[in-house]
Design a protein around this ligand. Structure first.
Ligand SMILES: [Zn+2]
Length: 75
């Protein structure tokens, strides 16, 4: 998790702070979810995946790793 206060003290721009805050909020959603159920969405012209259950948004490498983890966990 990003420490936003520390980032501010270091003089990081409010634009960057906002990005860090969004990432923190996404991490909280992602970690609080019992089971992700991803569907594809387009975010800023990029294809991403949003979970139907928690609303977190992840990129394809996260989703692929997650799906593989589920497959392996089943055996
Ligand atoms: Zn989820």
């Amino acid at each position: 998790m990003f420490d936003l206060e520390k980032a501010r003290q270091k003089g990081i721009s409010e634009y960057q702070i906002k990005i860090m805050r969004d990432i923190n909020e996404n991490t909280i959603k992602e970690e609080s979810c019992n089971k992700h159920d991803f569907y594809q969405v387009k975010v800023d012209l990029l294809y991403k995946y949003r979970c139907k259950n928690c609303g977190c948004i992840e990129d394809v490498s996260f989703v692929k790793g997650y799906m593989r983890g589920l497959e392996h966990g089943r055996n």
